[in-house]
Every structure is written in structure tokens, then in C-alpha cells.
Design a protein around this ligand. Structure first.
Ligand code: NAD
Length: 307
């Protein structure tokens, strides 16, 4: 399969590397010249589990310079960059190109559908983690999985073939009609832990130092899942709450991406996480007081950081 990865940071490079190792023709598209130059020169150093290798068969390009149409475009920018990134590859998105988003937050599929036929949009969620350790150097750990489906809910053999390709590359992928449940449960997890860590400066386990930390996280989970249910999405509140508590107990020293972004004075994904939940909650008349306060606090932190 001819695959282009739009946004080749931690996740995009990890996925691209795994797919290239599985004999697909992969092009990494990014605007980070240092990262692209280093991959072009030395290949991508990819570490996962006990495997540490260089992948040299990856093509790299600035998005706007890509000139061949991929069968599959995987979007892995941060959500706030989705629109600009897609605009820069519109010249190569053909009528048969499938576009897959496994980004966090809400609204990515809708943004993609503005420029891609809805029946070619694939949505999903992944539990794989990845970190960028330097130019041309990414790492993942543990075992993750991907759940995906066609954004319009229709079963298509091409979606099965794409899921099979991801699975055969070792990324453990299944087509699953319940992806919206997984997306909302992940949004609830991120709305709680990312925003609390971003404003407090706490690593995830430090939220457990006072009972208020976990209690506040659980209130946000309840609010977000109330919105999901009001939209008619079946979600498992007990499972989501216990995942959040488990993270607080065990993710020692882990700084979620929103805290990392704040510390690096970058804009965060708050608008597509807490922000999108608040927008949906207003439409459906669901109270989300804590989620909204965290949204406002993260906006304040971002404003201070960009002064
Ligand atoms: P990242 O910041 O490491 O990578 C994003 C990349 O997008 C960067 O290399 C950046 O240069 C590039 N980019 C920005 N604007 C661009 C543009 N206009 N055109 C092309 N490239 C552009 O982020 P990440 O950690 O890889 O996360 C990507 C997405 O996946 C996010 O939505 C994140 O929430 C989600 N996610 C991350 C993890 C994780 O463990 N890192 C896990 C699951 C989901």
C-alpha cells in the first residue's frame, strides 16, 4: 500500500516506521526540517520493547511537495494543526484515498470531511504510546491496539484491508463499530488528567497526593460521559473511572502531552478535548462545570505562555 503520514512526530514516525518495516511504501510528511533531514540522512531510529533499529526505507517530504496520491493518508498532527496540514496535501488526495485519524480529541473527523468524501474518512482510537526523543528518534513501549471504522458507520472492504495492513505491521488493529464509545471514553480520560496536570504542573501520579485530585478527575469523567450519553453514545463510566484511578496510582512521573506542551510554551489540544466537550454540552443542555473551569484555566495558561 502507498501510505503517507501527515504529521510525523512521535506517533506518526512510530506508525510510519512500523508500516515501512512491513513492506509498505511510506512517506513521512512534516514541517520539521531538522527531523526530516535527519531521517533522510540516517533513517529513523525506532525503539520499542527490546528492539532498537534504524529504518532506512522511509521517504520524507514537506506536505506541499508531495506529488503522488497515496492509498492511505494517516493524520497524526496535533488536532489544532489538522486543518492547515490537510490543506497542504489537498493536491494529492484522490477520490480513492482513505484518510485515517487516530488523533486525540473531538472534531478531527469532521474537519477531514470538509475536504475528503465522507465515505473515505476512517476514524479510530489507539492505545499505543509514543515519544519523540530527538530528531529522527522515536520510542514506544508496551502493547497497544487500534480500533477503527468508517466515519459514516458503513462497512467497506477497503477499511478491512487497511485494518489488516495495520495489524500485520504489529499494531494490533481491528474494525470496531463501537469506536465512538472508545473515542469519548478517551476524551473523558484526557479531559480529566491532561487538563488537571496542565494547570497544576503535577505528573499524573501526583494528582493522588490529596484526595481532591482524584475526586476532581472523576467529576470531569462523569460530566464528559454525561455529554456522550446525551448524544446517544453508549459509554462505560465504571471502566473509564477505574482507568483514570489506575493511571493516578501507577503513572509515576508521567507528564501528559498537555503538560509537556505547556512546559514547552506550545499551544495545547485543550480546544478539541475540554473545549469540544463544552460546545457539545451547551447544545445538549448538559452541565459540565468542572470541565469548563479546566478549559478556562488552560486557556489562561496558554495566554500567559504566548505573551
Ligand atoms: P507530536 O507533536 O509529536 O507530532 C505532531 C507532528 O505534527 C509534529 O512533528 C509537527 O511538526 C507536525 N505538524 C504540525 N503542523 C503540521 C503541518 N501543518 N503539516 C505537517 N505536519 C505538521 O504529536 P504526537 O504525540 O505524535 O500526537 C499526534 C496526535 O496523536 C495527537 O492528536 C495526540 O493527542 C495523539 N496521540 C498521541 C499519543 C502519544 O503517546 N504521543 C498517543 C495517542 C494519541
Amino acid at each position: 500500500m502507498k501510505i503517507a503520514i501527515l504529521g510525523a512526530g512521535a506517533m506518526g514516525s512510530f506508525f510510519g516506521g512500523m508500516l515501512a518495516e512491513s513492506a509498505h511504501a511510506v512517506t513521512l510528511l512534516d514541517i520539521d526540517a531538522q527531523h526530516l533531514d535527519a531521517i533522510r540522512r540516517d533513517g529513523l531510529r525506532l525503539v520499542n520493547g527490546s528492539r532498537d533499529r534504524r529504518i532506512t526505507q522511509l521517504a520524507v517530504s514537506r506536505p506541499e511537495l508531495l506529488c503522488s496520491t497515496p492509498d492511505l493518508l494517516v493524520v497524526f498532527t496535533k488536532s489544532l494543526h489538522t486543518r492547515a496540514a490537510l490543506a497542504s496535501v489537498k493536491q494529492v488526495i484522490g477520490p480513492e484515498t482513505f484518510v485515517l485519524t487516530l488523533q486525540n480529541g473531538l472534531g478531527n473527523a469532521e474537519l477531514i470531511s470538509e475536504s475528503v468524501r465522507p465515505e473515505r474518512v476512517l476514524i479510530g482510537v489507539t492505545t499505543w504510546p509514543a515519544d519523540k526523543l530527538g530528531a529522527a528518534h522515536v520510542a514506544s513501549h508496551g502493547e497497544g491496539k487500534i480500533r477503527m471504522m468508517c466515519g459514516d458507520g458503513v462497512h467497506r472492504p477497503q477499511a478491512d484491508a487497511i485494518a489488516h495492513a495495520l495489524d500485520a505491521a504489529g499494531l494490533h488493529c481491528t474494525v470496531d463499530d463501537n469506536v465512538w464509545s472508545a473515542i469519548w471514553e478517551k476524551v473523558a480520560f484526557n479531559a480529566a488528567l491532561n487538563s488537571l496536570c496542565a494547570v497544576s504542573g503535577c505528573a499524573v501520579d501526583q494528582l493522588g497526593r490529596v484526595p481532591d485530585g482524584a475526586a476532581l478527575a472523576l467529576k470531569i469523567v462523569v460530566e464528559v460521559l454525561d455529554v456522550a450519553r446525551a448524544k446517544g453514545i453508549r459509554v462505560d463510566q465504571e471502566r473509564c473511572a477505574s482507568t483514570v484511578l489506575h493511571a493516578i496510582e501507577t503513572h509515576h512521573g508521567h507528564k501528559p502531552s498537555m503538560l509537556q506542551d505547556v512546559l514547552a510554551r506550545r499551544r495545547t489540544e485543550i480546544e478539541s478535548i475540554n473545549g469540544a466537550v463544552v460546545v457539545a454540552a451547551r447544545e445538549l443542555n448538559v452541565p459540565v462545570v468542572h470541565t469548563e473551569i479546566l478549559l478556562q484555566l488552560v486557556r489562561l495558561v496558554e495566554a500567559r505562555n504566548t505573551e
